[in-house]
Design a protein around this ligand. Structure first.
Ligand SMILES: C[S@@+](CC[C@H](N)C(=O)[O-])C[C@H]1O[C@@H](n2cnc3c(N)ncnc32)[C@H](O)[C@@H]1O
Length: 338
């Protein structure tokens, strides 16, 4: 559901051969990525509050709209509020409501008792319209690609190469899987440390297979496994803490013994989250058998390299529940549970 207005926010469309490619000005890249995350997170909180049972799909906004509509099809008032929200353009009042969402949802019982769900559906409609105007996942991915362009210091696998080179033997037998790959030109693919690099992403890009990692067939034997899995800026993209845990869990199944996992997160996921910090992250991954070898925090990102050692005998109990470790304004809800 691309509206014509999406062009005014995301820049122009350029004709390249037979294809029309959306172009985003580099200075807008960060703003678009932040805005997309903000909207997706708020939508997730509202859907959770409204107990929407069918999971929304970030790759298909039309489908999401249909899911929400069908959940209220027998309620004319809520449907009207949802449509009203969708018809609203950017508004400071709505934005401030979104910022206060956390405290609104905290009063969950009071709100539910009063049956005042109208506000939530108006906000939900507003978010849907804002995501549409932004250009949805396509714009987000182009913005991410821009952020990676050579010369803008955006390719996180540069640090991966530095860390992994001394650890790899010289016979080039290793294979790597890059989840959430946006380009075949990244350092991981060019560094010649691997015999093969399999690149997958939810969307199709040149040199990248369109595949949901969560649906990738499980390895039948050791040959189908990888020496390295790169998961750079992907976990933060996954909708909720359980699905993130499921992704971590699944990565182990694709890893050869002593294999490596490279994880990059926005720094705020480990410094400004109610449910996650570096210690918790490492503890959780340790319970899957991953030992931290290296980490680095830049202004914006947190990079970690792990190695699969013995599966920990520790009970997973503490990693299976989301626990609040920080509170206060300005914190985000990033978390991972197994
Ligand atoms: C911010 S981009 C990260 C791009 C790049 N890896 C980087 O470091 O800049 C996140 C990407 O993760 C991809 N992604 C999220 N969940 C995925 C999944 N289950 N399987 C494959 N790709 C996934 C999305 O399609 C999106 O392109």
């Amino acid at each position: 559901m691309h509206s014509k207005k999406s062009k005014s926010i995301t820049g122009k469309r350029k004709q390249v051969g037979g294809n029309v490619i959306k172009v985003i000005k580099p200075q807008k890249t960060r703003r678009i990525i932040r805005r997309f995350h903000h909207l997706i997170n708020k939508r997730e909180s509202i859907c959770h509050f409204l107990c929407l049972t069918e999971n929304l799909d970030e790759t298909n906004e039309k489908k999401n709209d249909a899911i929400i509509k069908s959940s209220i099809k027998s309620n004319a008032i809520l449907s009207k509020h949802y449509e009203d929200g969708k018809s609203q353009s950017f508004s400071e009042a709505m934005e401030s409501q979104l910022l206060k969402l956390h405290s609104l949802i905290k009063n969950e019982d009071k709100l539910r008792d009063a049956c005042d769900l109208t506000e939530m559906y108006t906000l939900l409609g507003y978010i849907m319209n804002q995501i549409d105007k932004l250009g949805g996942l396509e714009t987000y991915q182009i913005a991410s690609q821009n952020g990676q362009l050579k010369g803008r210091g955006g390719d996180t696998s540069k640090l991966l190469e530095k860390w992994i080179r001394p650890l790899m033997d010289d016979n080039l037998q290793g294979t790597a899987l890059e989840i959430g790959s946006l380009s075949s030109e990244n350092c991981i693919s060019r560094c010649a440390l691997f015999r093969e690099v399999v690149r997958i992403d939810l969307e199709e890009h040149e040199g990248v297979i369109k595949q949901d990692f969560m649906e990738r067939p499980l390895p039948k034997n050791e040959n189908d496994k990888f020496n390295l899995i790169s998961c750079s800026l992907v976990l933060n993209f996954v909708k909720n803490h359980k699905d993130r845990g499921a992704m971590c869990h699944r990565m182990i199944k694709f890893l050869r013994p002593q294999g490596y996992v490279f994880i990059v997160l926005p720094q705020a996921c480990v410094t400004h989250s109610r449910y996650c910090n570096k210690t918790l992250l490492h503890k959780l991954l340790a319970s899957l058998g991953l030992t931290l070898l290296n980490s680095h925090q830049s202004n914006k990102l947190y990079y970690c390299l792990y190695q699969l050692k013995a599966i920990s005998q520790q009970p997973r109990g503490s990693s299976s529940k989301r626990m609040k470790i920080n509170d206060g304004p300005g914190l985000n809800n990033f978390g991972i549970t197994l």
